[in-house]
Design a protein around this ligand. Structure first.
Ligand code: GLN
Length: 534
């Protein structure tokens, strides 16, 4: 069948969960046996979010092929288990960059380059790019931002044109809006939705399906009213009420027939509804998990979304271990020798988080020291792993000023140093060691056990600095071992201290590849590890 395109736009407010709706629809279509992909088009000018502070947009997610992307791609992968690529994440910046490069090459000689048609044509080309490379039944495209944003206009114009060119059987628009509840009036209000749809209609886009986010259940009367005002069939007004977990959204969407409605509107008879067995089992396990465990995330960004994939990976692993994750954020900037015992002493697990720059790193070192010497199972990721190494150098190897050359040019012991290939790099954007690389596991180590004794694994990276191999023998003599190494470059990818119950640091980011149906083995082992007090 010809590839069909589903566009998901948002109105009224941001943060309504467009990414989760996109991921859920992808999941439901995948469960029906369709080949799908989900992509995100972001209207900001940055080429990618790699240079953005996490406070701006939350975590930067990294694809296996090394693209720094929006965190919604993490949801797409966690829900569907299908890997995304560099072409699943496109920004206005990338669109303009390619048009401007073409202009400089002379591709448009003699022509005036304009938003319409040159930018919109490039957007349309990019929307269809993935299906040009592989056989896909559905391409779901989430448009970032909210209707009414100046930056969104070219994207909306592009999807309007595509819908016209492809026809109603091959292109469909879903609009997600918000229905606020006014406590004083005791009423749910549909006016913002009506206004948002009117705005879309003014741009020539008629949504076929509306998804209404609200904190309260919407009655039939209200749905009828919205359908009536917005030229949408009543059955195509779906409600997305707040749920205890994002993983319940696909089931909720299926119950209301979101996928079946999309299929019918595109001329496909939906057929039997898939059972979503393994997914439902996951939800059941999640609801039945009894043992709560306290997990500290030690990092400097006190924003939930900054460590999105880590939180989700912990939740996956806890569910499969019949545990309930109670995650406590511990700000490493405020962590001191005096308060570390009160902040981390009661924790069953500690994750020392990734990051950039010096701020908060001394706190991470204090956390590593406390966890190692008190034998609290600890996972250090990227900068977290690097700080475990610095701590070990200072306290066990006796190098009091050991540090990373990321923040100390003068240290006499740069146990973490810049990778050789990075030294010539002058541009900041997209130039780190990014994406998936092979890691050879060292037999007999904790990591090797955790990975089911595999000889080699592939994991995703995002860093400029690395374990300084000149110190490897020194570390190993003193009890911190290399448990994984990159076979091509010889870079140390995993360290661990076998005298502790579970003390492992990874230069890579295991959190990027944990999914609902395939929790990551390292997180599984970390959460499942027996501790003396259990
Ligand atoms: N800042 C460190 C580096 O560049 C760690 C990066 C990270 O934690 N993602 O190597």
């Amino acid at each position: 069948m010809d590839t069909k395109y589903i566009f998901i736009t948002g109105g009224v407010a941001s943060s309504l969960g467009k990414g989760i709706i996109s991921a859920s629809l992808g999941k439901l279509l995948q469960a029906r046996g369709y080949r799908i992909t989900i992509q995100k088009f972001d209207p900001y000018i940055n080429i990618d979010p790699g240079t953005l502070n996490p406070y701006e947009h939350g975590e930067c997610y990294v694809t296996a092929d090394g693209q720094e992307t929006d965190l919604d791609l993490g949801h797409y992968e966690r829900f569907t288990g299908i890997e995304t690529t560099r072409d699943n994440s496109v920004t206005t910046g990338r669109i303009y960059l390619s048009v401007i490069e073409s202009e400089r090459r002379g591709d448009y000689l003699g022509k005036t380059i304009q938003v319409v048609p040159h930018i919109t044509d490039e957007i349309k080309r990019r929307i269809q790019l993935l299906a040009a490379r592989q056989t896909l039944d559905f391409v779901i495209t989430e448009i970032g931002g909210t209707i009414g944003d100046i930056e969104s206009q070219p994207f909306l114009e592009a999807i309007r044109q595509l819908r016209w060119e492809l026809g109603p059987q091959r292109a469909l628009n879903i609009h997600l809006t918000y229905v606020p509840y006014l406590a004083a009036a005791g009423e749910l209000k549909t006016k913002p939705t009506q206004t948002s749809v009117k705005q879309l209609q003014g741009l020539g886009i008629q949504p076929e399906v509306l998804v209404l986010r609200s904190e309260h259940a919407l009655g039939d009367e209200l749905r009828r009213k919205v359908a009536h005002f917005c030229n949408v069939a009543e059955s195509a007004v779906i409600q997305s009420q707040d749920l205890p977990s994002i993983y319940e959204v696909p089931v909720n969407m299926q119950r209301q027939g979101l996928d079946a409605i999309c299929l019918s509107k595109m001329g496909i008879s939906p057929g039997p509804t898939p059972e979503l067995g393994p997914w439902r089992r996951f939800l059941l396990m999640r609801s039945q998990a009894t043992e709560a465990i306290d997990i500290a995330l030690v990092g400097k960004y006190d924003l939930q979304d900054a460590y999105k994939s880590i939180r989700e990976s912990l939740a996956h692993a806890c569910t499969y271990n019949n545990r309930l994750a109670h995650i406590h954020f511990v700000n490493s900037e405020h962590l001191t020798d005096d308060n570390v015992a009160s902040l981390l002493g009661g924790m069953t697990r500690v994750v020392i988080c990734p990051g950039f720059g010096q701020r908060g790193t001394e706190g991470k070192i204090i956390a590593a020291h406390y966890c190692r010497t008190h034998d609290i199972p600890t996972l250090g990721i990227c900068l977290g792993m690097q700080m475990m190494v610095v701590e070990y150098a200072r306290y066990v190897l006796g190098y009091a000023d050991a540090s990373s050359s990321e923040f100390s040019a003068t240290t006499s012991h740069p146990v973490i140093s810049m990778m050789e290939e990075q030294k010539a790099v002058t541009q900041m954007g997209g130039t780190m060691r990014l994406g998936s690389y092979e890691c050879q596991l060292v037999e007999g180590t904790h990591a090797w056990q955790a990975y089911g004794r595999l000889p080699r694994v592939r994991e995703r990276h995002r860093h400029r600095y690395e374990f300084n191999s000149q110190y490897l023998a020194d570390f190993e003599q003193h009890g911190m071992l290399c448990a994984g190494i990159n076979p091509d470059a010889g870079l140390v990818e995993i360290v661990e201290v076998p005298s502790c119950r579970w003390y492992v640091g990874t230069q890579f980011h295991p959190e990027y590849s944990s999914t609902v149906l395939h929790p990551h083995p390292l997180f599984m082992d970390f959460i499942g590890a027996e501790t003396a007090d259990e």
